[in-house]
Design a protein around this ligand. Structure first.
Ligand code: FMN
Length: 147
């Protein structure tokens, strides 16, 4: 189903595995205020658009869930903004418009296979977000954050 939802908040530090171990710098979103949404939304990989207060609007692919590979005890929201940034943006306000779902969260036998799958997700998201069906949401006013 095509679902459209909006979430936002400050970027917080994750468990620190993202950029270092995986080479996939995810910008964890604070889950404060989202416990109901988090419990109701199936874990999995979603895609959409991300607006950062001082930097603009970018494609993103994200994981919501428990990261079975790492056995987390907390459900997290981890968007990966598909852009090369020169510096971190912890604390910055991040707004997400989620437009589609790719797959359920999974476990993997090796770190390499997890990384390969996440890069597949990225390609799917990048291609899908160029389709008129999804690219139009780039103009969603929720992504333009006034500071
Ligand atoms: N973790 C899993 O255990 N299983 C998955 O299926 C999975 N899919 C992901 C898909 C995408 C698009 C992204 C960005 C992450 C996914 N992850 C998955 C989460 C990574 O394991 C996670 O980003 C990593 O634990 C880094 O977390 P940290 O930033 O909190 O350190």
């Amino acid at each position: 189903p095509l679902e459209l939802w909006h979430i936002g908040g400050p970027v917080v530090k994750g468990f620190g595995r993202g950029s270092k171990v995986l080479g996939i710098p995810t910008a964890n979103l604070s889950t404060e205020g989202y416990s109901t949404l988090l419990s109701e939304h199936p874990s999995g990989v979603y895609f959409g658009w991300a607006g950062l207060s001082t930097r603009g609007v970018f494609k993103m692919v994200m994981s919501i869930g428990w990261n079975p590979y790492f056995d987390n005890t907390e459900k997290t929201i981890e968007p990966w903004l598909l852009h090369d940034f020169d510096e971190d943006f912890y604390g910055e306000e991040l707004h997400l418009v989620i437009v589609g779902y790719i797959r359920a969260e999974a476990n993997f036998p090796t770190l390499e296979s997890l990384i390969a799958k996440i890069h597949e997700d990225r390609k799917i998201a990048e291609t899908a977000l160029d389709l008129p069906l999804y690219s139009k949401y780039r103009d969603d006013p929720y992504l333009r954050i006034s500071v």
